[in-house]
Write a protein that binds this ligand. Structure first.
Ligand SMILES: [Zn+2]
Length: 500
């Protein structure tokens, strides 16, 4: 039978990747036969070269649907099933934690290299989907900016969306980040996680754990998660934790989303941070204006040459950095400057917060403190320091940590819209006559006369203009503009920190 061949190959894949040992082969085969409701089996030859995991799982899912093991042939049910299948091959959490600790004692990088490979080999990170993301780099006055159109999150089938609405939230796990997801079967409304494993560790006196993002927006995109389901909160202890993390994992950076809506991330309900092994444009950006903070003369500080408003502080002493970062945060929380349209609060609602990022620079610890404000007005109902309306055709969503650092995560719709725009431009068709690119018409008008469009260059021109637009998105999100008046206002704030 065809399915026997797939079973043999899948078990062979797990052996080859070191997920299981040869003593586990029969046991895992039997577990797999049980899931596929097969009472009979004959081992087959392994083809050479071995087939890709994606193809094996596709056959497993097809078989499951054709034999009534899964109720619908939708991506949601297929994902639920093949995650359960892959869970067979992933070792128990206690063994994974022990192996991580052993490798960590050799070096932190040794441990994370292995842990990241486990996340990929176990199919928790579906690498064949990540490959679909469209990525390019745009030059700007702030350096090379990364642009990604995210195509790795599969579109939900309307059938599954309808089914998910009927599911009453169980409240277990409390959210997608909770520790209780480890080994969880999932449902039509939440992802299966039989194949995820996490590593628990101490973060400045509290229990946290490390896992990877299944969407990998950049290399080794990891998430550090608070063991407790408590809301995001930026305070002194956040800086302590960030620096604690880069002390434990010096080859990773780590940052936190801000703790207010509009300027925060998509999950504010569970305290977490995101890091990884990747150098963003922001890290490469130099200091444009050195600063000195009274009482912290040992700390190197300055305003970063960056479209968002960032103060960089660095030095050898973690305690000094935490203390200064806390001082800057407390001053900013209560700071208003009507001339620069900065208001600490309106009608009792606080607006000021910080997106902090930590990294090692040689032996030094370094913190970038990005000043954020989430005020809205009638003219800018989504936020004054948020992409403005004329840029919403490219980016309307919140500017969170990853974008702050110079990586645009753009909506998947843009991929097909680029193709439509290219066709319309070459055929001289008005964007207004094509429904899904109407929204780009005014934007296109701003640059169309600069270029001679050809079959060869049109797509790259559109992508280049998208990149430039993202830089303007970041400028909109900066509370102090990169203008003489904006910089003067920025210095009024740093003077206030010094006089507090
Ligand atoms: Zn949670």
């Amino acid at each position: 039978m065809e399915i026997f061949r797939t079973v043999t190959e899948l078990v062979h894949y797990a052996l080859e990747r070191g997920l299981i040992e040869k003593e586990d082969r029969i046991y895992c085969t039997n577990r797999l036969l049980e899931m596929l409701r097969l009472g009979n089996y004959t081992e087959t030859e392994i083809p050479s070269p071995a087939r890709e995991l994606e193809e094996l799982l596709r056959e497993i899912d097809d078989y499951a649907y054709e034999n009534g093991i899964i109720p619908e042939n939708t991506v949601t049910y297929r994902d639920l099933f093949d995650t359960d299948v892959m869970g067979i091959f992933v070792d128990r959490p206690s063994n994974i934690q022990a192996k991580f600790r052993d490798l960590y004692s050799i070096s932190p990088k040794n441990a994370t290299d292995w842990f990241y490979r486990l996340a990929c080999d176990s199919d928790y990170i579906r690498t064949y989907r990540i490959k679909k993301d469209v990525k390019w780099v745009t030059d700007s006055e702030y350096g090379k900016i990364d642009i990604t159109i995210n195509l790795s999150k599969p579109e939900k089938d309307p059938k599954d969306i309808a089914a998910a609405k009927l599911v009453k939230a169980s409240g277990y796990p409390k959210c997608a980040l909770c520790r209780e997801n480890e080994g969880y079967a999932g449902s039509v409304s939440s992802a299966a996680r039989q194949n995820i494993r996490v590593f628990s560790f101490d973060m400045a006196g509290t229990e946290w754990f490390l896992q990877y993002s299944p969407y990998v927006y950049y290399n080794e995109h990891c998430i550090a998660v608070n063991r407790s389901h408590v809301p995001m909160k930026i305070d002194r202890s956040t800086f302590e934790k960030l620096l604690c993390f880069i002390e434990k994992f010096p080859h990773y950076f780590i940052g936190s989303n801000a703790d207010l809506p509009i300027v925060g991330g998509s999950i504010l309900s569970h305290d977490h941070m995101q890091g990884g092994r990747y150098t963003f444009a922001m890290e490469r950006a130099p200091i444009e204006k050195p600063l000195t903070f009274r009482g912290y003369e040992g700390v190197t500080a300055g305003i970063v040459k960056w479209p968002m408003s960032a103060i960089r502080i660095s030095g050898k002493s973690k305690d000094e950095l935490v203390s200064l970062a806390d001082k800057i945060l407390r001053t900013w929380r209560g700071y208003s400057d009507p001339d620069a349209f900065i208001f600490a609060e309106t009608d009792g609602e606080p607006h000021n917060t910080i997106t902090p990022i930590a990294r090692r620079r040689g032996d030094d610890f370094e913190l970038d403190l990005v000043l954020r404000n989430n005020i809205t007005t009638e003219e800018h109902p989504l936020g004054v320091f948020h992409p403005h309306k004329e840029l919403h055709n490219i980016k309307k969503e919140n500017i969170g940590l990853i974008e702050v650092m110079g990586l645009a995560v753009l909506p998947s719709r843009l991929k097909s819209e680029i193709a439509y725009m290219k066709a319309a431009i070459l055929d001289h068709v008005d964007f207004n006559s094509i429904e899904n690119i109407k929204k780009h018409r005014d934007w296109f008008e701003t640059f169309k006369d600069k270029y001679d469009f050809t079959e060869e260059n049109t797509e790259s021109i559109i992508m280049e203009e998208i990149g430039k637009t993202f830089v303007r998105v970041l400028e909109d999100a900066g509370v102090y503009k990169c203008t003489p008046a904006g910089r003067a206002a920025f210095l009024r704030f740093t003077d206030k920190v010094n006089s507090d």
